[in-house]
Structures are given as structure tokens and as C-alpha cells.
Design a protein around this ligand. Structure first.
Ligand code: SAH
Length: 372
């Protein structure tokens, strides 16, 4: 493997036993922060100032916030201590992708990936580079998808809104360029952490926070129907992605055992409901797994599932996961399937994965240790 692993930080982090995580700054969404500051008799503009320090300027402590009165900084340190996740290790892929192992205040570890890319015309100017961040929404994951490394790790806890949004700040700071796209495709099932996810998206999207356009933010789910429907009622133009991977119930149950009690019919109904409220096109993620979901029958079932829905299919080449029995299809098979779907009239993209040499690609996020 060609990568260069850097240990950034080696000391063990521990939350003071006096401060439960639920009282840290990271537990606050925009509205919550407004309420906290108003209870501390602060003028309205303080919320904006503090959000700017954390989410725009990447402050690591209240002390850095020079336009905030010292007395308030002290108060906040006591009632809502700031715990920006620390980079524990960083691995850089030959294609420029960087995978970060981040340590949270309670010692739990999560992974975040930064994927840079540039369009041909911008290569020389070093400007308008794209930087996509693949962020996590939970420590581990409960869904146990058979092809996914995170699934093998099990579930530990939900991430707080700040812990989700700050992943973007960390990557942005490390690359020295602004995040242009964000995908909730790291560890965890976003819709099993719905409320914190939505607060995090507000921090990411709002002008006072990171200011990233809603259309550039994608949330991917394995098919939590309540989450899909509720997401359709959110006015912001976020994109929804469904990790479908098979439109045949028995096959899906086998490769995504955590979704067994969510039928494809219910998922399809939820997508229709989502579309009827949001009118936003849905991305369907379909991993190509040799001998599992790549036959004519599988692709016809996929076409049937998509019929009448406004969707875009992303075909994904399976990435290698250690000890996994699953293998990717050949490039020829992938191209044939892509062609067949397009002929059927479905917009389809064959996605090439980035960062696979550092296990930083889709489905490869599994921290060697989950807690220090
Ligand atoms: N739980 C959510 C979010 C995680 S997204 C979801 O299921 O959508 C992770 C994405 O990576 C999903 O589309 C998932 O199906 C995909 N993935 C998982 N394992 C993979 C692998 N081995 N190779 C390529 N993609 C994989």
C-alpha cells in the first residue's frame, strides 16, 4: 500500500468527569445556542460571533474568541465546554484523498475522509478546487451490512450535531481550501440519528456556520423509512441518497441484514412520499457485487424499482474489505449494466471510488481501534 501515515496527536483525551457530553458545545444546534446565550442575557449577535469562530474560523477554544467578553468566555467554558475533535492520525492516498482518524472528547474514534478534485481548466490556477468531505454520523454502525467494514464494528453511540459539523471544519483547515461538497456516507446510519443530523446540516448549511449550499450536501440512508419521509419535509434542498444494492427482497435481506424488517415496498412508498413533498431527485446507490446483484434478473428488478421515480443511479464498484467474501464485478460487466440502465431511460453514473489504498473509500471505514 502506498500511503503515508502521520500520527498527529498521541495523547489520550478524556472528558472531565464533571461535564457530561450532552452539556458540551457540540450538543448545540443553532437554535439551542441562541437559547443558551439568551439565558445568559447576551445580545443576539453573540450567536453569530461564536458560530463564526467555530465553524468559519476553525477556533479550537473559547480563549481564541477575541471579540467575546472574557466573562462570557469563562461562563461558556464552564457550562458548554468546547471539544473540537482532534486528528489522531491522517493517511494520504496516492490520489490525494486524506483519511482522518478523529478522537472525540470521550475517547471514541471516528473516521472522516477528504476527497480533493479539480476540473481540467482549474488545474493550473489552484483555485476553485473541489473538496468533498465524507463525514460520519455515528460512532460505528448498527446496520451490519455484510459488504461494509463499518458494519463489522458494531454501534457505539450517536454523534452530536457539533461533532458531525466540525468534521468538515477539520478537513477544510487541513487542506487549506473550502469544502465544496459534503456527503453523510461515512460511518453510521444518518437517519438513526435524525435530530442531531438535521441540527448538524443547519450548522453546515447556514451562513453563520460553514455556509455550504444545501444542494451540495447529500445524506445517504440504508432505507430508514421514517427518516426518508421526514427528510422530504425539510425545506432546504439537501440531496437524498438511498443505498439500495438490491431490488430483490431476499438478496437485500442477505446482504443488508439490519434492514430485514424494512420491505422494499415500504422503502419505495417512502421515496414516493419524499418526492411528493420535496420534488427533489433521489440518488440510488447500487454497489456492483459479483454473482450477488449483477445478473439480468437483478438489473430488471432494479429497473422495476425505479420505474416512475425521479432518480439517478450511481453504480459503485465494490471496494475491498478485509475478510469479505464479496468481490467486485469486472469493468466490462459494470459498463454493460450502466449501458442497460441508460437504455432503459434511467440516468446512471458509474462511480469510481477514491482513496481505496488507504481504506478510505466507501464501505472501508473501520477504525482499527474504536476508543482510546
Ligand atoms: N448507512 C448509510 C450511510 C453510510 S454510506 C447508508 O447505508 O447509506 C456508505 C456508502 O458506502 C453506502 O452507499 C454503502 O452502501 C457504501 N459501501 C459500503 N460498503 C462498501 C464497499 N465495500 N464498497 C463500496 N461501497 C460500499
Amino acid at each position: 500500500m502506498q500511503y503515508n501515515k502521520q500520527a498527529e496527536n498521541t495523547h489520550v483525551r478524556k472528558l472531565s468527569p464533571m461535564t457530561p457530553l450532552s452539556q458540551s458545545f457540540e450538543a448545540y444546534g443553532i437554535q439551542d445556542l441562541q437559547e443558551l446565550l439568551s439565558s445568559l442575557k447576551q445580545p443576539k449577535f453573540r450567536t453569530k460571533q461564536i458560530l463564526e469562530w467555530v465553524y468559519k474560523r476553525g477556533a479550537n477554544s473559547y480563549e481564541e474568541m477575541s471579540n467575546i467578553p472574557a466573562s462570557l468566555r469563562k461562563e461558556l467554558t464552564e457550562c458548554a465546554p468546547l471539544h473540537i475533535p482532534e486528528i489522531k492520525t491522517k493517511e494520504t492516498s496516492i490520489d490525494g484523498t486524506r483519511k482522518y482518524l478523529l478522537c472525540l472528547a470521550d475517547g471514541n474514534l471516528i473516521e472522516t475522509v477528504g476527497i480533493p478534485s479539480e476540473t481540467e481548466e482549474n488545474k493550473s490556477i489552484n483555485q476553485n478546487k473541489r473538496l468533498t468531505v465524507c463525514f460520519s454520523t455515528q460512532v460505528g454502525c448498527a446496520m451490519q451490512c455484510a459488504f461494509c467494514a463499518t458494519g463489522q464494528q458494531g454501534f457505539t453511540r450517536n454523534l452530536l450535531p457539533g461533532e458531525i459539523a466540525q468534521q468538515l471544519c477539520i478537513v477544510q483547515k487541513d487542506f487549506g481550501i473550502r469544502v465544496s461538497n459534503a456527503v453523510a456516507m461515512g460511518q453510521g446510519e444518518p437517519f438513526l440519528n435524525f435530530d442531531n443530523l438535521v441540527k448538524a446540516l443547519e450548522l453546515i448549511n447556514s451562513d453563520e456556520g460553514l455556509g455550504l449550499g444545501a444542494r451540495r450536501i447529500t445524506v445517504s440512508t440504508c432505507g430508514i423509512t421514517k427518516g426518508i419521509k421526514d427528510f422530504g419535509h425539510i425545506p432546504e434542498q439537501y440531496t437524498l441518497a438511498l443505498s439500495l444494492h438490491s431490488a430483490i427482497q431476499s438478496t437485500r435481506d442477505r446482504i443488508m441484514p439490519g434492514c430485514k424488517n424494512i420491505s422494499l415496498t415500504k422503502i419505495r412508498d417512502a421515496l414516493e412520499d419524499y418526492y411528493s413533498h420535496s420534488h427533489r431527485r433521489i440518488s440510488i446507490e447500487y454497489l456492483l457485487i459479483k454473482g450477488v446483484n449483477d445478473s439480468n434478473k437483478d438489473i430488471r428488478a432494479l429497473e422495476d424499482f425505479c420505474r416512475g421515480l425521479h432518480v439517478h443511479i450511481n453504480l459503485i464498484m465494490l471496494n475491498n474489505v478485509p475478510d469479505s467474501p464479496f468481490k467486485p464485478v469486472s469493468e466490462k460487466t459494470a459498463a454493460n449494466i450502466s449501458h442497460q440502465l441508460k437504455q432503459f431511460g434511467i440516468e446512471t453514473t458509474l462511480r469510481n471510488s477514491r482513496g481505496s489504498d488507504i481504506n478510505g473509500a466507501c464501505g472501508q471505514l473501520k477504525s482499527a481501534v474504536t476508543h482510546i
